[in-house]
Design a protein around this ligand. Structure first.
Ligand SMILES: [Zn+2]
Length: 435
């Protein structure tokens, strides 16, 4: 069969499964679970794989599920990923009343896309014509939230890293994968949806900053105290004074919050805790700007004689989309989207742990415009179901066929041209160096 015939076959199969795909997505939407706690969602993915007769292993990063659909030979392996986790958005009308969890980043749509591709590939037995395997991988904990809960998991030895994909890389879950892809929903004003097929985004280092001073009565004897809040404010101002030194191209971001700013108004605060990320567009800028930010934060403490303790944690690495994979997706998108609604995208200051994967292998991370309201906000509303549940999985399925057809020729070329930014070994070394 020709490549186009195979593509037509899986697209028709996705249409036939439309109701199953939407039902799964709605079910996950109604039962949102936060990162590293996605047990019910994981069970739903396993049930889909069971029904389709897909072999899988579970427990990757606690809740991840890795299925494998074999090709006529297992020359290469392409992975399609879907993220399992929700985040907290208490003021959204659909938020879980108890936990505040809510799928206002649309990860339920990702799992639905994953299932759509799995269903279509099994229903049509298309893998019989392809030279490689497809891994369908449901992965946990993309949202970097509940840092304290995750720190406890780290102390108990249940996880090593904050992000689900990072954890799975460390566990070896990506060792047998040659290239990986996923979609993500995006806000749009377009009536018939849109798709971003390329682009890049920032990485980050997470940090907890503590200032320790000395308590004293704020009115009777401030001269006896060391004001930790003043130290923290000077630290923030120090970083602000650095901002003009950051290069535009490095897209550095520092956006702290104060978790604890003192207990009583008439006591000189002796303890302040802040939290922030330092974000940047490449690993060198990330490391360098982090050193300078930490220096400025410490200078705030020096100014008033307080102590500053900074705990750095590895966040995510910058994301780079593989250009050849993007070109394949662009080509396949032309069947469903108007030319003006297919675009490359600019560099984004946000971050995803798909960035970590993109340092090890060619990666495709598309943004599919199908929601109103900002991601993570109470206004989030998926309005374009056709784009979310039909067009999006079809473009992914067609791209997988492109990669694995005819001795996986496209994928072989991509791999020949791709120079990974890190090996798994140097990646793990980098992760251990951030502390
Ligand atoms: Zn997301």
């Amino acid at each position: 069969m020709t490549k186009d015939e195979l593509k037509a076959m899986v697209c028709a199969a996705i249409d036939k499964r439309y109701n199953d795909i939407v039902a799964l997505s709605n079910d996950i939407y109604s039962n949102p679970e936060l990162g590293y706690k996605e047990h019910k969602t994981s069970a739903k993915v396993q049930a889909v794989f069971d029904e389709l007769g897909i072999d899988y292993t579970a427990g990757w990063g606690m809740t991840g599920v890795k299925g494998r659909i074999k090709g006529r030979n297992s020359k290469r392996t392409v992975a399609m990923l879907g993220e399992l986790d929700a985040l907290v958005c208490r003021n959204h009308p659909d938020a879980d009343e108890e936990t505040g969890a809510m799928h206002c980043c649309g990860h339920n749509v990702q799992i639905a896309n994953l299932a759509a591709v799995a269903m279509a590939f099994k229903d049509t037995d298309v893998m019989r014509h392809l030279d490689g395997d497809l891994v369908v991988f449901a992965v946990p904990a993309e949202e970097c939230i509940e840092i304290e809960y995750r720190s406890t998991l780290r102390q108990k030895g249940k996880i090593k890293y904050l992000g689900g994909k990072e954890e799975i890389i460390a566990q070896g879950g990506f060792d047998d994968i040659d290239a990986a892809m996923q979609m993500h929903v995006n806000p749009t004003e377009k009536i018939n949806g849109e798709i971003q097929v390329a682009g890049s985004s920032n990485g980050f280092i997470a940090k907890i900053i503590e200032y320790r001073g000395k308590a004293a009565h704020a009115a009777f004897s401030p001269s006896e105290g060391i004001n930790a809040l003043n130290a923290a404010m000077l630290g923030i101002m120090g970083v602000n004074a650095l901002r003009e030194t950051f290069k535009e191209a490095d897209c550095v971001r520092f956006h702290p919050i104060i978790n604890n700013g003192g207990d009583l108004v008439n006591v000189v605060p002796d303890y302040v805790q802040m939290e922030s990320y330092v974000r940047a567009a490449n690993v060198n800028a990330l490391k360098e700007s982090n050193i300078r930010v930490n220096r400025a934060l410490k200078a705030g403490a020096d100014a008033v004689g307080a102590e500053c303790i900074i705990k750095d944690m590895p966040g995510y690495l910058p994301l780079f989309n593989n250009k050849q994979m993007s070109a394949l997706l662009r080509n396949n998108s032309e069947e469903f989207f108007a030319p003006a609604d297919i675009y490359d995208g600019e560099h984004s200051a946000g971050s995803t742990d798909m960035g970590d994967v993109s340092h090890l292998m060619p990666v495709l991370h598309s943004w599919v415009g199908c929601v109103h309201g900002a991601l993570h906000s109470a206004q989030y509303d998926l309005f374009d179901k056709d784009t979310a549940y039909a067009k999006s999985p079809k473009t992914m399925a067609m791209t997988i066929i492109d990669l694995l057809y005819d001795n996986a020729a496209e994928l072989e070329e991509i791999l020949a041209n791709n120079k990974p930014l890190m090996t798994k070994e140097s990646y793990l070394k980098y992760m251990e160096s951030i502390k």
